[in-house]
Ligand binder design. Sequence first.
Ligand code: SDX
Length: 428
Amino acid sequence: MSNKATLSYNEKTYELNIHPGTMGDEAVDITNLMGDSGLITLDSGYKNTGSTKSKITFIDGDKGILLYRGYPIEQLAEKSNFLEVSYLLIHGELPTDVQMAEFSGSISNHTLVHENVKKFLDAYPSNTHPMGVMMAVICSLSSFYPNNANPKTSPEEVEVTIHRLMAKMATIAAWTFKKSMGHPYNYPNNKLGYVSNFLQMMFGLRTDDYHPDPIIVDALDKLLILHADHEQNCSASTVRMVGSSHVNLYAAIAAGIGALWGPLHGGANQEVIEMLENIKAAGGDVKKFIEKAKDKNDPFRLMGFGHRVYKNFDPRAKIIKQSCDQVLAKLGINDPVLDIAKQLEEAALNDPYFIERKLYPNVDFYSGIIYRAIGIPTEMFTVMFALGRLPGWIAQWKEMREMGEPIGRPRQLYLGNGPRDYINIQKR
Ligand code: SDX
């Protein structure tokens, strides 16, 4: 393979370096393009543009491959656990016993949030979307911890901030749910593991009266692993962009929560269940909704379908679909919405519109069905996505910081007015 590309423009030729990736991916380096040629590149939505070099996650969209630090997602989902995967993403290697004990022990020590956080939660209307609360409260943590994780902060303080976020995000998520239900807050029980502690804060009436079903703990732990990172997706890129201004980590994560909230991104898991419920309420005619999704004049989209990178099955969707069947069978739940989802998938995967556009189920298509079976309400689905994605966001921010990347500041192609003189057009 050549390590150079050439660009011919205005009777000049420019040489551009090609950088090879570990897995056969390649990138043409345009760092000097504007300086040499005066040209910028244009790529709405960054569909063809690499924003950084990274060692965290690799996706092969055509083959449906997803690796976290080189480990296949299928193996991690089956053999690891969420905190171990979080350590792997953030630090680059699987932890030793000692490292794992320190990491999980420190996270357990940071599960409490300042009592004043309750005043934030009490101030919101009861029908507030939990993602709006999460975004605000996570950012407000920067006010409670003055030694924020920013460039002047020592690596030790950065590590403490990372543990604080991993611990407190779960507590804040559970308390946001409790607030929306009008129930009393449940405090963390640090004798429990990460997922069991989250579940008891969510569903326990007191700290010691809730004993989560191991089936549910395992299912939720697996879902968190599957959501933990996904290279330069919209929210991870947002965290890197916001973090590149050297603001503290809490603010960068809050920005990532905002990006994930969108229905085209993490908000899709809530939209999928609402879509499936609508199809069920309309009589379950999946073919009618497939036609609506294909109709350019109809704003309806098949939520949970399609992906910017995967042009084959999203490997996470495959694992979640299998887990759906197992969890619902073990819990003895027959959810008609699962049958509708499977019929929808079957119809879409045999329809030329979806086949031509390589539209397959993505991570959001089946995840909501398991959340529902666990007892998590639809409005909390994207909060669950954020809880899972937190270690990935942190890993992306940490890598950006350690690489000393410059502040992100894209260029533009200007199509507005040329220079013109001011004439007041208001009647005096
Ligand atoms: C996540 O980036 C990540 O990695 C994200 C994520 C992660 O882990 O971080 O994987 C998580 O966000 C998953 C995606 C969740 N979003 C949804 O399920 C929403 C529904 N999906 C689409 O809106 C769409 O597929 C996107 C947003 C996911 C991808 O959009 P793209 O890459 O910009 O593709 P596009 O909108 O240009 O679509 C290409 C074509 C278009 O048709 P044509 O103009 O070529 O005729 O495919 C069509 C689109 O109309 N299309 C769909 C469709 N998705 C794309 N048509 C119907 N239903 C859909 N779901």
